[in-house]
Design a protein around this ligand. Sequence first.
Ligand SMILES: Nc1ncnc2c1ncn2[C@@H]1O[C@H](COP(=O)(O)OP(=O)(O)OP(=O)(O)O)[C@@H](O)[C@H]1O
Length: 249
Amino acid sequence: MADLLRVEKLTGGYSSAKPVLREVSFEVRAGEMVGLIGLNGAGKSTAIKHILGLLLPHAGEIRVGGRTLAEAPDTYRAGMAYVPETPLLYEELTVREHLRLAAMAYGLEEAAFAERADELAESFDMRRALDRLPSQLSKGMRQRVMMMTALLVRPSLYVIDEPFLGLDPLGVRTLLDWMAARKREGAGLLVCSHLLTTLEAYCDRFVLLADGRVRAAGSLDDLREAAGMRRGAGSLDEAFFRLIGGGPA
Ligand SMILES: Nc1ncnc2c1ncn2[C@@H]1O[C@H](COP(=O)(O)OP(=O)(O)OP(=O)(O)O)[C@@H](O)[C@H]1O
């Protein structure tokens, strides 16, 4: 089976004269969660913009479900859901209307919509907020709406940027439980975050970007090995600091 997401020797960024990403390659397979990590300015958001098709590769290619954006734009876009770091909501639509809009955009049937929306509202404790407008929601509640929208439509690939910021501990736990459930059902998740301890507990593999290049990639043990640590010993945090050259020797 094709990888859900394959980034192949991607060179890209905002101007071809000065690429931000250079020859970046990684993949996300069905049933795995991959953590995209790196310091501020390493190129994580730029990589995500390329994956979403908001930036076009200067060289290399990106495939979602085996197809590039140019080959199959509809399949490419419908194959993934993106959750941005900053909630983007329509100020004139209620929470329920946001969910319904997502369901329509992804062709979700009414019965499935009703069942899933209800389940999500319950587990994210948003039942009482379903008929509120975004201006009547707290920051964390707005973030919950974004997550609920992505979880409602059940694409095969999730691209999630800093999902935990703004969520209270209960929201973080609920979100992680949902992400793990989607993963068990065969979805792939690319999660970009600075919360290394959380990623370590939930991700199967990691891609560490530094200065727009893949500094190390693979399982925690692969990263430990690349960092000169023993397999089976030491945290992701420690491997990270050794690999980017900022930690104790
Ligand atoms: N719109 C833009 N135009 C030009 N350069 C940009 C733009 N956005 C980001 N950059 C540059 O691209 C590089 C990578 O930035 P990017 O936002 O991808 O980093 P990041 O890893 O997501 O960082 P953070 O952890 O701070 O979110 C930086 O040098 C940044 O200055």
